[in-house]
Design a binder for this molecule. Structure first.
Ligand SMILES: CC(C)(COP(=O)(O)OP(=O)(O)OC[C@H]1O[C@@H](n2cnc3c(N)ncnc32)[C@H](O)[C@@H]1OP(=O)(O)O)[C@@H](O)C(=O)NCCC(=O)NCCS
Length: 148
């Protein structure tokens, strides 16, 4: 089973590689290649290190880094699970981890922006649609979930 821990700067190459692999192998189903490559260019090692200073970033370990997520309060960012580790509950584990931290901080709901690719994953986890939006990285859904 996967374990979750805080991101360390030494994880940046693995996390950037994982995100880029997800984008090219999974999100490419739903977004044009030009957009996928723009996102890959965005999520460099350096950018990951910067984001980790602005948000709480986590990794899931299961024979290496198998997933990542970050949060800023009750907002979810950079939720990615390596394609070889998908479908084993790692995404759910990461989400429940940051939701529990948001509850401790006093939030009563969680909010996320979801790619077309991840939309049904979030709905499976109890998130409901609020609206949709066009971002620099294409069409996204905005969803939220009331926290227990
Ligand atoms: C979306 C993603 C994070 C899911 O991670 P995962 O570890 O495979 O998900 P889990 O195994 O924890 O799945 C939890 C539940 O969601 C369901 N689920 C997962 N991905 C799904 C999908 N794409 N469509 C429908 N249901 C999905 C699972 O079947 C499971 O349901 P269950 O309760 O019946 O068991 C992962 O596939 C991914 O990284 N995708 C590409 C990157 C991406 O789009 N990230 C989000 C950016 S907003």
């Amino acid at each position: 089973m996967a374990t979750i821990r805080r991101f360390d700067h030494a994880d940046a190459p693995a996390v950037a590689g994982l995100i880029q692999r997800c984008l090219r192998e999974v999100n490419s189903r739903d977004y044009p290649s030009e957009l996928i490559e723009r996102m890959c260019d965005h999520f460099t090692e350096q950018r990951i290190k910067e984001l980790a200073t602005q948000r709480q970033m986590f990794v899931a370990e299961a024979n290496g880094i198998a997933g990542t997520v970050s949060r800023d309060g009750n907002k979810v960012y950079t939720m990615f699970v390596h394609p070889r580790a998908a479908g084993r509950g790692i995404g759910r584990l990461l989400m429940r981890h940051i939701e529990a931290l948001a509850v401790i901080d006093g939030y009563d709901r969680m909010e996320t922006g979801a790619s077309i690719t991840a939309h049904d994953f979030y709905r499976r986890l109890g998130y409901v649609d609020v609206r949709s939006t066009e971002t620099d990285f294409g069409f996204n859904y905005i969803l939220r979930r009331d926290l227990p």
